[in-house]
Design a protein around this ligand. Structure first.
Ligand SMILES: [Zn+2]
Length: 292
């Protein structure tokens, strides 16, 4: 069973005019990423029916709809309301992770999201949303999510790499502090965790990071396919999760409209993982982490 743990969706009015919408909602960073003026955008968009068709075409049984790392609590709430509508229409296919802005209202935001049917938090971004391990609102959220077995998906920017516009740093040491302070919290670090996996070779860190997972969202934009096997060597297959970043066009040269098929076929044919490891990566690990 394939579960895509990293997808995004936006309300129809956002998709219709992203820059105008972003201006009125003070979401400058998002607009710069998805609708830049100085270069072609690799963002794709989906509606509920096109997303379900993409899932069917790629034999994806379930997908996690992530929120976005909005800069305002009000935008987080708006997107959660819109995504809750999708969840209600396809409850067997979609799992919702809520957009949350870590501020003094954080517990109320989490409880509202829970009432709407969400089962986790993310994708959050400590650089864009201005929080750190020492932030009391982060700590309140981490405690609530630990108690409710809600994973938190965090965007992690690659620690070294090609400079790209709109990229905001996410210091790895903060992730270590977060994991150490909340050892039962399930942290899903997006985009292979930005390099943190290397430091799991330190036994003390490996222990501190035992509830940290890594997703492979958007990997083709950053790394060669051998990264899959190397991540298995670094942290073990149990900690790796399949996520695509759909509807981002992660093969921008050849992919005119978003799909889930190409990435999955590439992983199956070019990652070098065994059939058993593939089953864990593609859904087994995520199913276990949601239930354990
Ligand atoms: Zn991300």
């Amino acid at each position: 069973m394939i579960i895509d743990c990293h997808t995004h969706a936006y309300p129809a009015e956002v998709v219709a005019a992203p820059r105008d919408w972003a201006r009125t909602h003070r979401e400058v960073h998002w607009a710069e990423l998805v609708a830049p003026l100085d270069r072609p955008s690799i963002q794709g968009w989906s509606e509920l029916d096109t997303m379900l068709a993409a899932m069917d075409a790629a034999a994806v049984e379930q997908a996690v709809l992530l929120g976005w790392y909005w800069e305002n609590e009000s935008t987080c709430r708006q997107q959660n309301t819109a995504i809750a509508d999708w969840l209600a229409q396809a409850p067997q296919r979609l799992i919702g992770f809520a957009a949350i802005y870590p501020n003094a209202n954080v517990i109320e935001q989490l409880e509202s999201a829970q009432a709407l049917g969400f089962r986790g938090v993310g994708e959050l971004h400590m650089g864009v949303q201005n929080f750190s391990a020492a932030c009391p609102h982060w700590q309140m959220m981490a405690a609530w999510c630990s108690a409710h077995n809600w994973p938190i998906n965090l965007h992690v920017t690659e620690t070294a790499g090609h400079e790209h516009p709109g990229s905001v740093a996410t210091p790895l040491q903060e992730l270590v502090r977060m994991a150490t302070a909340a050892p039962n919290l399930k942290l899903i670090l997006a985009h292979w965790g930005g390099g943190l996996a290397f430091f799991e070779q330190n036994p003390r860190l490996r222990k501190a990071l035992r509830n940290v997972y890594y997703d492979c969202a958007a990997s083709p934009l950053l790394y060669e396919m051998r990264v899959f096997k190397q991540m298995v060597d670094l942290v073990g297959i149990d900690k790796l999760l399949f996520g695509s970043d759909y509807p981002l066009r992660i093969y921008p040269r050849s992919q005119k409209t978003p799909d889930m098929t190409r990435y999955i076929e590439n992983i199956q044919s070019k990652s070098g993982l065994s059939p058993t490891d593939l089953r864990q990566l593609m859904g087994g690990n995520f199913a276990r982490l949601m239930h354990a």
